[in-house]
Design a protein around this ligand. Structure first.
Ligand code: G3P
Ligand code: MG
Length: 244
């Protein structure tokens, strides 16, 4: 009600960094998002062959690097040799895949950090344990872990109930309230695709103090509609433009 009356203060998270104007999930994109005045960050993490956690979106290397095949088949040392900037623009030639630690190191403590745990082979490889171990080394950071795999989030909560988690959804649920009540663990965030959000769900989530973090919102028109609905944050490739 408070949010509805006062309009709320919707925050802006940079999706894979400022990925509309710099190569996604790179230090360059995170630095650009900081300059753009974002309130926080969303980025994707996966596990390398040698058990390190790196920031990268696709399972395969082709789209955003000069490598080939699955990321999980390479060690960190091998992945560090790849160029993840040139595909976007020559200006970013030589940009490397960042580790989770390298990324956390450059984000100020007052920014929200949304770490998205990618699901492919993550449960059987214990990726959530490794991510948790790293997060614990950054007690001053404001972190929420999201995933399309709600099983991964359940495992995380069992390992550490104080960790903040958000459920990612690619489509609408018939009974969102029942789904959330039956999850078996508490959630801090609901992360829907922008196409599948309705006012009833927004009102329910706000009444439960569950943050609503919507992706991927790249138009000011959509951002305005979502703000008026009462969402907490939007996740965008263009933080500067949307902030304006
Ligand atoms: O976390 C929001 C969004 O990033 C989820 O989808 O594929 O862009 O990682 P994707
Ligand atoms: Mg993501």
């Amino acid at each position: 009600l408070y949010k509805l009356i006062l309009g709320g203060n919707m925050e802006i998270l940079a999706h894979r960094g400022a990925s509309g104007t710099a190569p996604e999930n790179t230090i360059a994109a995170f630095k650009k998002a900081l300059i753009d005045g974002c309130d926080g960050f969303e980025f994707d993490v996966q596990q390398t062959k040698d058990g390190k956690i790196v920031v990268f979106h696709d399972w395969t290397l082709e789209r955003t690097s000069n490598g080939q095949g699955h990321l999980r088949d390479y060690t960190l040392e091998e992945l560090k040799k790849l160029d993840v900037g040139s595909w976007f623009s020559d200006k970013f030639k030589g940009e490397q895949i960042p580790t989770l630690e390298e990324t956390l190191d450059i984000i100020p403590d007052d920014k929200l950090i949304n770490i998205e745990l990618k699901e492919e082979h993550s449960v059987e490889r214990g990726t959530e344990n490794k991510v948790l171990e790293i997060i614990k080394r950054y007690p001053n950071k404001n972190i929420i872990v999201s995933s399309f795999s709600h099983n991964l989030l359940k495992n995380l909560k069992e390992l550490d109930s104080s960790i903040k988690v958000g459920i990612l959804l690619e489509s609408a649920l018939v009974n969102l309230d029942k789904y959330i009540e039956n999850l078996g663990f508490n959630i801090d965030g609901y992360h829907p695709s922008k196409s599948f959000l309705n006012q009833k769900d927004v009102n329910y989530l706000n009444s439960k103090n569950i943050d609503i973090n919507v992706w991927t919102v790249n138009s000011s028109k959509d951002a305005k509609i979502l703000k008026d609905m009462g969402v907490t944050r939007i996740i965008t490739n263009f933080p500067k433009e949307i902030k304006k």
